[in-house]
Ligand binder design. Structure first.
Ligand code: BGC
Length: 729
């Protein structure tokens, strides 16, 4: 033995380069691809399989329990969903991975940071109403910073599913009905989470979900079948994902739904052919929670082993909580049912992400004090601005708002004093304790006013015992804030509703309050568009507040006092009533344009996509187009001067739509949003919005195989109510 040691020592002294040489994968001067290949070549089959699994770590705040779980986890595991906010605990598991695993591969810690980690921002559907991608990006970067400091490297966000059925609870989590707006927001969120250098210790990996067409769930029920043609897959559901891939999203999550007969978690067309091959996505695909083993319930496979095989062969790389890959992948490879090449491809993708995140160099998170990592004033400032920009002024009869100096205000309704229900679903580590509720916000903004609150009734049920006190408060006030809406868990996952109207008790309360004859500001808090047609006639002013997070009360107070001039625009249509669903602006033209409507309700929605009022007025000057006779290679320049013709400063969002009146390949939507831009315009001043369009991308369309085509002929550019006809040679 001694002899051998002497020989080794002798060799090391003779050839010092042997001693100094470290494996390529540990050498940060090498390229990521070289490191990935080197590491992959050293891994056993078992180690490879473990990289493709994600378990959970903790589901509550019991630290002892966590410790136990850390012990239970294999040091070779690929990823965990990290429910704790303790960097120390994360570091202890990471230490195990770095020191006890054979190759020292770090674990990647994921968590659902959907609209903020501790500093809760507006729900994504509300953020989309800001039409402000820069601010959405800033919000995502705040979320990333807090999450990273808590030990999270990877968020399961943004959700970029197009949703056109507000009965579906998950409309709250996405950016609405329009593929273009959702694409812009998807890219913004990806940039915000990942930054330009995702390994800088301030950013985390994004995960676009749910791939794909989950938002088309039949009748808004969750987890169900989706009937999606290849055409609408390409023109409606895929573009937001493609935009996020172009922005560099490191991961994608497969969805629960079955797309026209093929479950998406086993669909090689979307997972491999489109995402990986056509778009060149080099990150990895994680399943949704249990979506591999659920292939059994969907009737696609008979057992978990077949499920593992179907998903893996379709291109799904990591198993989130299915117990399929860990149990069966090794055997499947040995039996030749999953190729080694496919296994290596999946592992390569996971390792690539870990290298990109810098986890090999910086596996640990620096422990900081609670006060240093969460709820910093600058984070709350971002949350407030985003909340202000998200709220939409729906009605303002007689210019009731802004309120100048109200001497008495009654704040009535189940949302009047609620904190928790402002958070929205997926509230990360946010708690109601830090929410500024409506009463608190108004009291701060109007310190001299007498402000009384009365709940009146609960969110649902039939208890009218609070009505009397509420009506008394209303009759004694100058103005009433009627704060109605949805509980937190009425939207989000597994939170579909058969009606988007508020429960009868809230309508009844509104009717009683209206009898007091005082001006009513109706404030609605929800994660979905509501049926407001019966409430609208009772209100003088209306604000769709959404679930706007910690700063809700401050933002609402800024709006109603005029400190912030409302600028939010609806990112999703508000139907007249539930029976109108589905209704969205970019539908196809019907065969009879003036017939075919429901006979018992209006044909128009209550509020259109893009709708939203301001305290000022904007008058649009003549739209000018650089040339109305264009070629496929022309660049089109569109200018429109917009004057703030009112007496207060404001921010206007100009929107440019296009329309192809006739198309011989496939019929096209009646209009398609192609550009938008928001700009502050001072009272009396004019701002000229300038948009550049490229016919190849902006006038073209896709066929049912995703092939882009551009026909010669006529196109319309639509800005507000002006239509400019172009002819493409
Ligand atoms: C949801 C995903 C989420 C995952 C992990 C699933 O049930 O559909 O959106 O990211 O759970 O929590």
């Amino acid at each position: 033995m001694e002899k051998i040691l002497v020989i080794i020592l002798g060799l090391l002294l003779t050839f010092p380069s042997i001693a100094a040489r470290k494996p390529i994968y540990k050498d940060s001067s090498k390229s990521i691809e070289e490191r990935v290949e080197d590491l992959l070549s050293r891994m056993t089959l078992e180690e490879k399989v473990l990289q493709l699994n994600q378990y959970t770590l903790g589901r509550n705040d019991n630290a002892n329990n966590f410790e136990e779980q850390v012990h239970k986890l294999s040091p070779e595991i690929g990823s965990v969903i990290y429910f704790s906010d303790s960097p120390e605990l994360r570091n202890s598991l990471q230490k195990k991975a770095m020191e006890e695993s054979r190759l020292g591969i770090p674990v990647v810690f994921g968590f659902d940071v959907i609209h903020g980690y501790r500093t809760i921002l507006p729900v994504p559907i509300a953020q989309a109403c800001s039409f402000d991608p820069e601010l959405v990006e800033e919000g995502a970067s705040v979320a990333a910073m807090e999450a990273k400091k808590a030990g999270v490297d990877w968020t399961f966000s943004p959700m970029v599913d197009i949703a056109r059925d507000p009965r579906w609870g998950r409309v709250a989590e996405g950016y609405g009905e329009d593929p273009y707006l959702a694409s812009v927001m998807a890219a913004a969120a990806v940039r915000g989470y990942q930054g330009t250098d995702p390994s800088d210790g301030k950013h985390i990996a994004a995960c676009m979900k749910h791939f794909v067409a989950y938002g088309a769930s039949e009748a808004g029920r969750d987890y169900v079948y989706t009937e999606v043609s290849r055409q609408s897959l390409w023109d409606t559901y895929l573009p937001s994902f493609e935009a996020g891939v172009r922005a560099g999203a490191m991961t994608v999550m497969s969805s629960f739904n079955c797309i026209s007969g093929i479950p998406s978690s086993a669909d090689s067309y979307t997972l491999t052919e489109v995402l990986k091959n056509r778009w060149g996505f080099d990150g990895f695909i994680v399943s949704d929670w249990g979506s591999i083993q659920q292939l059994r319930s969907q009737g696609f496979v008979s057992d978990k082993k077949e499920a593992a095989m179907a998903s893996m062969n379709a291109g799904l790389d990591m198993d989130m909580m299915n117990e399929c890959y860990d149990a069966y992948l090794e055997d499947l490879v040995k039996e030749g049912k999953v190729s080694e090449a496919r296994l290596d491809d999946a592992v390569r993708r996971v390792l690539r992400m870990k290298f990109r995140l810098g986890l090999f160099e910086h596996p640990y998170v620096e422990p900081t004090k609670y006060m240093e990592r969460f709820l910093l004033p600058e984070y709350l400032e971002t949350a407030r601005r985003l909340a202000e920009e998200s709220m939409v002024l729906l009605k303002n009869d007689g210019g009731l708002l802004p309120l100048s100096k109200p001497s008495s205000i009654a704040v009535i309704g189940p949302m009047a004093e609620s904190r928790f229900h402002h958070l929205g679903s997926w509230q990360g580590k946010g708690t109601g304790e830090f929410v500024v509720n409506t009463v608190a916000g108004l009291k701060k903004r109007f310190p001299d006013a007498q402000i009384v609150s009365a709940q009146g009734c609960d969110f649902d049920g039939g208890d009218r015992s609070g009505f009397e006190a509420a009506v008394k408060a209303a009759s004694e006030a100058d103005v009433v804030f009627l704060c109605l809406g949805e509980k937190n868990n009425w939207s989000g996952e597994n939170a579909s509703r058969s009606t988007i109207a508020l429960p009868a008790i809230q309508q009844a309360l509104a009717e009683e309050i209206a009898k007091a004859g005082k001006p009513i500001v109706l404030v609605t808090t929800s994660g979905r568009p509501l049926d407001l047609h019966l409430l609208e006639p009772l209100a003088t002013a209306m604000i769709q507040e959404w679930q706007t997070g910690l700063e809700s009360g401050n933002a609402l107070a800024a709006l109603v006092s005029g400190d912030y001039n409302p600028s939010g625009r609806l990112a999703i249509t508000f139907p007249y009533s539930t029976g109108q669903i589905p209704i969205y602006y970019n539908h196809r033209q019907s065969a009879r344009t003036n017939q075919g409507f429901y006979q018992d309700i209006p044909s128009k929605p209550l509020y259109d996509f893009g709708y939203g009022l301001s305290y000022t007025t904007y008058s649009y000057g003549k739209v000018e187009v650089s040339d109305s006779l264009i070629t496929k290679d022309s660049k089109i320049r569109v200018r429109v001067p917009v004057t703030n013709s009112g007496s207060v400063d404001g921010t206007e969002t100009a929107m440019l739509f296009i329309r192809d009146p006739y198309c011989s390949v496939v019929t096209r939507p009646v209009k398609e949003l192609k550009r938008f831009s928001r700009h502050e315009i001072k009272a009396g001043e004019t701002y000229v919005f300038v948009f550049e369009l490229d016919p190849q991308t902006d006038l073209s369309f896709v066929d049912s195989e995703g092939r882009r085509f551009l026909e010669s002929g006529e196109y319309d550019i639509i800005v507000k109510d002006q239509i400019i006809r172009l002819t493409l040679k």
